[in-house]
Design a protein around this ligand. Structure first.
Ligand SMILES: [Zn+2]
Length: 74
C-alpha cells in the first residue's frame, strides 16, 4: 500500500488529494516517482485523483507555444 493511501485512510475523513504527475516519469526505473500500479491503487480508494504536471517538467516559459501545448496535452 502506498504511503499516500495509508495516510489518507488514517485521517478517517473525506479529505481527498490530487496528484499532478510528470507523465514521462510514470513507470520509470527511479523509485522516487510512483508507478502505474501505485496510481491504480490510489485511484481505487476514491480518495486520490490525478492530473498532469506536464510531460517532462521543463520550464515552459522558455518554450515555444507549440512545445508548451504538447507538454500539457500529451
Ligand atoms: Zn513542478
Amino acid at each position: 500500500m502506498t504511503i499516500t493511501v495509508l495516510y489518507l485512510k488514517q485521517l478517517k475523513t473525506d479529505i481527498k488529494a490530487t496528484i499532478n504527475l510528470i507523465t514521462s516519469k510514470i513507470d520509470c526505473k527511479d523509485s522516487y516517482y510512483i508507478n502505474l500500479d501505485q496510481i491504480e491503487e490510489m485511484k481505487r480508494t476514491g480518495l486520490v485523483s490525478f492530473g498532469s504536471h506536464t510531460v517532462h517538467h521543463l520550464e515552459l516559459n522558455r518554450m515555444s507555444y507549440d512545445y508548451q501545448f504538447r507538454e500539457i496535452t500529451i
